[in-house]
Design a protein around this ligand. Structure first.
Ligand code: ATR
Length: 273
């Protein structure tokens, strides 16, 4: 029987994961099938078990199920444990093992594809949701000079900074508390762009020779990226590279083979205009 994988979310029609994993499978000669599953909002766990019991080998998990996937797992790898959220499942017999590759995907995109080594850099991360928790450990592991977490509800980032403080220099603050410092890398991990909004980040935070990164992809120049652009930032990116790179990490975990990501990146990248 062919090895089966799927991405589960709700909605799911927009997911690019079947395309990406299909390209990886073809390029590496792996015989597998990868489909989309629209998980019922009140039946995520049943849908996962049904897929596993029908011979599924693994799943990608996307919104709104990343926290439920965390709860469902029998075993969580360290990154997923710290993030409190899961984006990949692997089935070993009846056991459900969970990991979170969002952080390593983003780091690989920033460092390998976009060419910014994060060691010694000043990094500003906006937001305090699942996406932020998913990338914090991987960011700190690159040894930035400082990682500042800014959010509209200061108390949330104070707690997050405290939780991750053993892993590197991280500080939390409200938007007004960012101060006048400039950052080499500014990442918008809020969902503000989905509603055409922009976090109230002062334009002075952007180093003009730095990189502004929007986690959401496929929306062109979002209000955040426009803000960065008008502040003089030349290097702008959306989250398509993170999507492809986290998929590559999942593929490696499932199949033991690392796919080359260049073809998928070329296929999915839409110019930011
Ligand atoms: P994800 O899993 O993608 O991180 P999430 O957990 O819903 O999604 O988190 C989205 C984050 O964007 C939240 O931190 C949210 O702020 P709250 O914690 O106050 O809800 C933040 N966010 C959403 N809209 C925003 C806006 N217009 N300005 C600033 N932050 C915003």
């Amino acid at each position: 029987m062919i090895d089966r994988y799927a991405v589960i979310g709700n909605p799911i029609a927009q997911s690019k994961s079947p395309l990406i994993h299909g390209m990886f499978a073809k390029a590496t000669g792996q015989d597998l099938e990868y489909t989309r599953i629209e998980g019922p909002l009140d039946g995520f766990a049943d849908a996962v078990r049904k897929f596993r019991d029908a011979g599924g080998r693994g799943m990608n998990v996307t919104a709104p199920f990343k926290l439920q996937a965390f709860e469902l797992a029998d075993e969580r790898r360290e990154r997923a444990q710290l993030a409190g959220a899961v984006n990949v499942l692997k089935f070993e017999g009846a056991r459900i093992i969970a990991d979170n590759f969002d952080g390593v995907g983003l780091v690989n995109d920033v460092q390998r594809n976009l060419g910014m080594a994060m060691a010694g850099k000043r990094v500003l991360l906006l937001g305090a949701g699942g996406a932020v928790r998913g990338v914090l450990l991987s960011f700190l592991q690159q040894r930035p000079a400082e990682l500042v977490l800014a959010h509209r509800t200061e108390v949330k980032v104070l707690a997050l900074a405290q939780q991750f403080s053993a892993h590197g220099p991280v500080r939390g603050c409200g938007y007004a508390g960012i101060g006048l410092q400039r950052f080499d890398l500014v990442v918008n991990a809020t969902s503000a762009s989905l509603t055409g909004d922009v976090p109230p980040v002062p334009p002075a935070v952007f180093a003009t020779d730095g990189l502004a990164y929007e986690l959401i992809y496929g929306k062109g120049l979002t209000p955040f990226l426009r803000l960065a652009q008008s502040a003089g930032v030349k290097r702008l990116a959306d989250g398509v590279g993170m999507l492809v790179e986290q998929a590559a990490e999942a593929f490696l975990w499932w199949r033991g083979v690392r796919p080359d990501t260049r073809a998928a990146l070329e296929k999915l990248t839409v110019p930011l205009v």
